[in-house]
Structures are given as C-alpha cells and as structure tokens.
Design a protein around this ligand. Structure first.
Ligand code: MIC
Ligand code: SF4
Length: 645
C-alpha cells in the first residue's frame, strides 16, 4: 500500500528532480513560478543576465516593485526601470510600482495550489495560504530557478499544526501565528515545514491563512502551507481564476514529525513585544499602555478583509490626538475595492494617513516613530532599529488591536468593542491587471534594451576556495543576529541595493560602526556569531557585502536557513561550533587559522586554531556534494556559469 503522505510531501515528491524523498538529505526541486521584489531583484536579474540565458524557463516569473518606492533620488527609479526592461526582455511579468506588495499581489493574481514558487523575499510562504509550496530564497537561487535550474533545500521535517474550534469575535489570524511563535520561538521552525490541518481550517479565509503562512517566516521555517479546499476555490473564483483550483490535502493518517494542537476558540488578542516576533504577550496584559503610532499594512495584514475590519472600527470616530495612524493597503486591487466600497472614506474621515500600496514603514521606508516611541504595527518583524528609530518599541498586533488602539491612544483589547459583525468577503473582486506589464514576445525580445542607471554595479568578484584561511576575527556578535543587523535597510540604505561597494559601507554598522572600514583594511577576515545567525530577511546582500569586505568564513553556534544558503552561494564558509561553549574561546581581534580547508570540505570537520589564545576549536559544516562544488568554485554564480559552458 502507498505511504500516507502529508500535503507538503506530496508537492515536494512531485517536484523532486535531484536527490531522494528522504528527510534531512538535500533535494533539488523543479520550480514552477518565481517572484522577485525590487530590493533583492536588481541583483537577481544581474545574476540572471550573467548566466546568459535568453528567456526564463519557468511557467511564470513575476518581478514586483514594492520596497524601494520612496524615490528620494534617482537610484530607486533607475532600479525600477532596469527591472522593468530586463523583465520585458527575458519573459518576466512586471508588476509596476503602485500595484502592491509582491506577496499580496501574487496571492491574488498568480498563486496556484500544488505548484512550487520561490521568491527573493523571505515572506514568499504567503502563497502557502492557497496551497502552494512557496519558499523564500536568495536572489541567486531565484536567478538559477528562472534559468530552469533546480532549487535545493534540505528535505524538511513536517510539523502539523492542528486547528480546532473557531476564532472568537475580534480574535484574528494574526493571533494564531503569534500563538505558534509563542510555542515554537523564532528558531523553532528551522528545517521544518509547518502544515495546517483540522476542522478549524475551513473557518479561515484565504487571506487569513496567508497571514499565518506569511509570518511562519518568523519561525525560521522552510515554509508553511494550508490545504486547498472549497474556501480556496471561492477565493480563486472571486479573482476570476477558478480554473487554477485543485483540491489538495494530506492523506488521512499521514504521519508528521511533530504535532501541535491549537484550539482557535481559546485564543485571545496578542502582541509580539520588542524586539522579537516570539516575545508574545496577551493584549490584556498590556492594556492601558500609552502608544504613539499605529501602522496598518505590510504583506502580513493588508488584505481587503483586514481593511474591512479596520474601517468598521474607525467608522465615525477620530484617531486619538497623540497617535499617528498610517494605513498602507496591500495592493491596488485592495485599495480600489476600499475606495469603491466606501472603506477608504471612513479611514480618511477618522484622520488616518493613507500610504501607497507598498512595504513602506515595514522596511523603514518612512514613518519612523518618534524617539523612544511605542508603535503598534500589523507587520511581521519588530527587530531593533528596523523601523528607522533605534530606540522605538515596536509591537506586532492584529489589525483589530491596531485600529482599536489608534482610537484610544492606549493598548486596547478589541473585544471591548462589543460583538463583531460578519465581514463578508465579496463574491467577486474587481480584477484589473493594467499595472502588470507582460513580457515581450520571443520575436520582439532581442530588440528590447536593458536600461542600467549609474548606481547599478556588477556582482562582486569571487575566487575559488583556498586551502588555507589565515586571518583575524573582525567581529564578534551575539545570538539571534538578524539580516537587519548585518545589512540594514531603511530609506537611506535601500537605494544602494544595486551597488555592493557602496552598500558594504553600512554592513554591520548597527552593531559596530567601525566594522566596514576595519574589515576592508584587514583584507581578509572571519566573523564570529551566536545562535540563529542571519535570521530574518532573504537579502543576499547580507552575504554579498561581507564577501566584498573580504569575509572568508562565518563561525556561529547555528545559522538561519536562507542566510546559510546565501553564504554558501557567495562562497563564504558557514562553520558551526561543535561545542557552543567554544564561542567564549575566540575574541574579536584574535588571529585565526584553518588549515587543509579543501580536505575538511569533504569530511565536514574543520579545526580553527586561535593563534592569539592558543585554543583549538572544532567546527563543522554539513554540506551536500553540490554545496561543496559551489564553495570550491567560489560561489553559485561561478558554479552555474561553469556548468553552462
Ligand atoms: C524584509 O521584510 O526584511 C524584506 C525587506 O522584505 C526582506 C527582503 C529584503 O531585504 O529585500 C525579506 O524579508 O526577505
Ligand atoms: Fe515588504 Fe515588510 Fe513584507 Fe518584507 S515583510 S515583503 S518589507 S511588507
């Protein structure tokens, strides 16, 4: 009899092109769809161009502009123009600035149950809400997938989150994922796929499911996925895409590596407190605390359904005089439906500041809070400094909590609003794809000119791995270092995403302003980190800037999945301490050496000698044969080019 399989296993197994259906081993997946956004997209397209493949080989590839929309100089507009032209030439759909946040738009217009999607953004798992296997990856991995290459992951463990019951009034999908984060923590999902099941599933709409899968990224999970059912069919029908529907679920009796039960009816409104998405408390514990700012939007909570709840709460009221309320609808479609349905009117009347449909404040593109300000945001990340204000305190909450608190000026439990009315999601959405530009035909493509502005610089140089690493430890950092620490974003730095030499000047400045100059002066160096090093974003800049600054290896207690892959793609060795206590044996400034690197690559066992203290520290690096080749070649780009020869 056939093995009973989970939903994720079914999609993985039907897409394996390299490796075996064996947990813990490296597998290569055929990728049906890709997405990029602008802040990671320019590099991804430069890499794609460098591979010399004329046209994408996926079923669907889409380039979105949603992060760098502030345009306070020529850089961002030049990037948009470059991405628009490169997309047109190579067979990629182009979602223009203003059309919305990549994940929201992809869910609405392109996601297909049962297909695989990789995106150069860590919140790509949003499309798990319609039953896709959707994974965040580095730009180079996306470039390779666009060229028809496989995407490699470790065959993950599958965790079943069984949902029972039904959410009570004013309790939200956001509270479900906050509960999962509370249970599992920001590193609890590493190497795992979170698969939702149970009789609670049909009570959740697709946008609610997408909120949950979106923020599964904060668990460090490979992805999260919901079954595709009648609710999915209704969503696709409302989007005029019922033909994309396929029913999908796990087999009865499928075995999971771990099971977590959540009774939806037992949940209450919650918040992730500063500065980590898993620092979860009940709103009832925070109620009454004064707040300064509320931001509603981001790829986690910007659907029409979210906006309906917000408009209902704000209707006829005025935002508290001490609070600034900003609202960014997730897509042009959502904004249009809000305008048509009178929701926008209610928000404007209440005093809300309406922002364009883009990432905006979520990535520090404007709306930084006041000094020491308390900001309630419906977003997914509250890492220190990410908002653009170093000492701000960011709380992640549901749209219901956000809107209710904006009116009172204090943390407010939305259950105080009385019974919740039924918010009916429309049977049909107004579909207008006029901000999605289709690519040129194969005949027209050769004559399309790719337009590069002066801020767009090439991929940094790499060289094949050397047998000996002998250099100084240029930086020692602690646990849970995020990619926002390594390569900060925000309105000032994001415009440099296409220019590695320039952006490198900001590398790790959140931890140590002297790091870039020191590393550059050293020529070659090694970084020492704690556990879950590189959590958060998929930005490969967090590997490319260190590469440019001469970093040869990162030694850490453990690594986050996407960042580890990005380090390997950049040709930097990710070395894990065999004994986490050895972290204390190495100090910043110590002279380190690793002999016989190439031989150690084969076994995965390396020895770091601290020439300064005399300590010898065993480290390991579990690698597949493919990863070894990538590292030997000096990174994925050189490896891929050599394969294409
Ligand atoms: C983020 O939320 O941190 C980002 C900005 O969307 C990143 C991508 C990037 O850094 O460009 C992500 O999540 O991958
Ligand atoms: Fe954009 Fe924020 Fe979502 Fe990242 S998390 S894709 S910055 S909205």
């Amino acid at each position: 009899m056939d093995r009973k399989r989970t939903l994720a296993e079914k999609i993985i197994d039907s897409h394996i092109v390299d490796g075996k259906c064996e947990k813990g081993t490296e597998i290569g997946l055929r990728i049906d769809q890709t997405l990029t956004q602008d802040a990671t997209g320019t590099m991804a397209y430069l890499e794609f161009e460098a591979m010399g493949i004329p046209r994408v080989r996926t079923e669907r590839s889409v380039a979105y502009i949603d992060h760098n929309t502030l345009q306070s100089g020529f850089e961002n507009a030049d990037d948009h123009r470059f991405i628009g032209s490169v997309a047109k030439k190579h067979g990629i759909y182009f979602s223009r600035p203003g059309n919305g946040i990549c994940h929201q738009v992809h869910l609405e217009r392109f996601g297909v149950p049962g297909k695989t999607l990789i995106g150069s953004d860590s919140h790509t798992p949003t499309c798990g809400g319609i039953g896709m296997l959707a994974i965040g990856a580095g730009g180079l991995d996306v470039a390779v997938a666009m060229g028809g290459g496989a995407y490699y992951i470790t065959y993950p463990k599958i965790v079943n989150v069984r949902l029972t019951g039904k959410l009570r009034d004013w309790v939200s999908a956001k509270d479900v994922i906050l509960e999962v984060l509370r249970i599992m923590s920001v590193k609890g999902g590493v190497g795992k796929i979170i698969e939702y099941s149970g009789e609670g599933v049909p009570t959740l709409s697709v946008p609610e499911r997408a909120t949950i899968t979106n923020m599964g990224a904060e668990l460090g999970a490979t992805t999260s996925i919901f079954p595709s059912d009648e609710v999915t069919r209704r969503f696709l029908r409302a989007q005029g895409r019922e033909s994309d529907y396929v029913p999908l679920s796990a087999d009865d009796g499928a075995e999971y590596d771990q099971t977590i039960e959540i009774d939806l009816s037992s949940l209450e409104p919650m918040a992730a407190c500063p500065h980590s998405p898993d620092n979860v408390k009940k709103i009832s514990e925070l109620a009454g605390m004064k707040i300064d700012q509320v931001c509603i939007g981001s790829c986690t909570n910007s659907s029409l359904y979210d906006m309906m709840k917000v408009a209902y709460i704000l209707d006829g009221k005025t935002v508290h005089p001490d609070v600034s309320l900003a609202i960014a609808p997730g897509s042009k479609q959502v904004l249009h439906m809000m305008a048509k349905g009178g929701l926008l009117d209610k928000m404007i009347e209440s005093g809300a500041r309406i922002l364009e449909s883009a990432c905006g404040p979520c990535i520090g593109m404007g709306q930084s809070p006041n000094s020491g300000g308390v900001s309630l945001r419906t977003f997914n990340r509250n890492f220190e400094g990410r908002s653009g204000t170093k000492d701000a305190k960011i709380y992640l909450v549901s749209p219901e909590v956000a809107a209710a608190s904006a009116l009172t000026g204090r943390f407010t439990d939305p259950r105080e609003l009385g019974p919740q009315p039924e918010f009916e999601i429309p049977e049909t959405f107004d579909v207008n794809d006029n901000m999605i530009v289709p690519p040129a035909t194969e005949e027209e493509a050769p004559s399309v000119e790719v337009l590069k502005g002066p801020n767009i610089k090439d991929y940094p140089e790499t060289s094949p791995l050397k047998d000996e690493i002998s250099c100084v430890c240029s930086l020692k950092v602690g646990d849970n270092i995020t990619t926002d620490h390594i390569m900060p974003a925000g309105a000032k730095i994001l415009p440099l995403r296409s220019n590695i030499p320039e952006i490198s000047k900001h590398c790790f400045t959140a931890c140590d302003p002297e790091f870039p100059a020191r590393a550059k002066a050293l020529g070659e160096s090694v970084i020492l980190g704690g556990s879950n090093y590189g959590q958060g974003s998929s930005r490969e800049h967090a590997a490319l800037a260190p590469l440019y600054l001469g970093v040869k290896a990162v030694i850490a207690k453990s690594f986050a999945r996407i960042h580890r892959a990005n380090l390997i793609n950049a040709g930097i060795l990710p070395l894990e301490l065999c004994d986490p206590a050895d972290y204390d044996k190495i100090c910043e400034g110590d002279k380190l050496s690793i002999h016989g690197v190439l031989a150690s690559l084969e076994t995965g066992d390396f020895t770091v000698t601290d020439e300064t203290s005399g300590a010898t520290v065993p480290v390991k690096c579990e690698l597949s044969d493919r990863m070894r080749e990538v590292l030997r070649a000096g990174g994925l780009l050189s490896y891929t080019k050599s394969k294409l020869k």
